[in-house]
Design a protein around this ligand. Sequence first.
Ligand SMILES: Cc1ncc(COP(=O)(O)O)c(C=O)c1O
Length: 459
Amino acid sequence: MSSSAIQLSSAAASSSFLSPSTFTTREPSASLRRRSPGICLCVASPPSEKTAYKTKVARNENMAKLQAGYLFPEIARRRSAHLLKYPDAQVLSLGIGDTTEPIPDVITSAMAKRAYALSMVEGYSGYGAEQGDKNLRAAIASTYYRDLGIEETDIFVSDGAKCDISRLQVLFGSNAKIAVQDPSYPAYVDSSVIMGQTGLYQKDIQKYGNIEYMRCTPDNGFFPDLSSISQTDVIFFCSPNNPTGSVASRDQLTRLVQFAKDNGSIIVYDSAYAMYISDDSPQSIFEIPGAKEVAIETSSFSKYAGFTGVRLGWTVVPKELLFSDGFPVAKDFNRIVCTCFNGASNIAQAGGLACLSPEGLKAMGDVVKFYKENAEIIVDTFTSLGFDVYGGRNAPYVWVHFPGRSSWDVFAEILEKAHMVTTPGSGFGPGGEGFVRVSAFGHRENVLEAAKRLKQLYK
Ligand SMILES: Cc1ncc(COP(=O)(O)O)c(C=O)c1O
């Protein structure tokens, strides 16, 4: 199974609270029941010695560097093992950051209309522009980058931010060195490993060689001490942050842009949660003067409109951004997009245009508000229990501190005793040790039930 298939199945597994699915069924299938509890075959495990035939193709040595499976498949494995042990448990998932609420119908009706039009000669269209529909690019530029000097032609519409992160890594190539926030969204590190940019994984420090890990903790306000960070080609920076839920201030981002300029680095700014910001923190890196010369921004409709399954995002590559030889980065990215991608689905793009209509923006705002209310319930619950809690105010993630404890142990404790799935902080990098991430994506009744169970567990 490909890694994307693995992720898809794990996402599906945890996308619906209490509802049956391949992994989460309350009544496990006969085949699940037959396996002994705890023996959960990892989909990424090497094949058994009994495999009859082997090709002569050597395994990509960079793939072999990756640590045993991506974080979420591991969580899904533990969840299914838990269900084997407690077949009647109503497992609540506050783990993977997948959305749960339906897509507003002002958006689905536009997609339905576009889909239907495809069945008529006048409405049919095939391949579109690889960079995306002109009207959608213009709408993204005017909605999210008004007055920031970003133009329609700087926008590349895509099938999601995660896919763009990998395409950006192809753009930078295997000689690039990256920096990441520690903890951070795992796709930056894993795509770097796959590209061959890193050394081996060093178990003792839980880091890959040749990646600069920028520690982000409560002590530094979740913003790295830039004076201790060495120069890299690329700096991945995510705000509001997954997993810590922290948001970078204007002053911090100004320092980041200056740092990139001083070092000649390119920032890849991930703003997939920008609409969750309710204070005056920047929603785009391009709000910072000079950022167009040092930054790319990637973003997504996934967490605003419930498009995790529909798949639609975008990446902004300003024409002012140049490589060391003066060649425009956007021209090379355009070449990558035209080679590795054939444009986002025309149906999804019709949905994207509807998202950016006045009604669509209002509907997305309501979706975001709903998840933020969930986050507030989770923050209040942990705070009332005496925990130090971060995030949740400008982000759909709550970052809870369990000082001195292993985050996988806390994950196991909450699963065992409250039948609740969270995400162990160490899965996002060594800086996440001692924390768990609690996601605010969920139906309200399940978030309230989770609050009740947590109060019982930690009273
Ligand atoms: C920080 C961050 N970036 C990107 C993504 C992926 O977004 P998309 O669904 O657009 O691929 C996620 C998804 O969880 C995320 O948390």
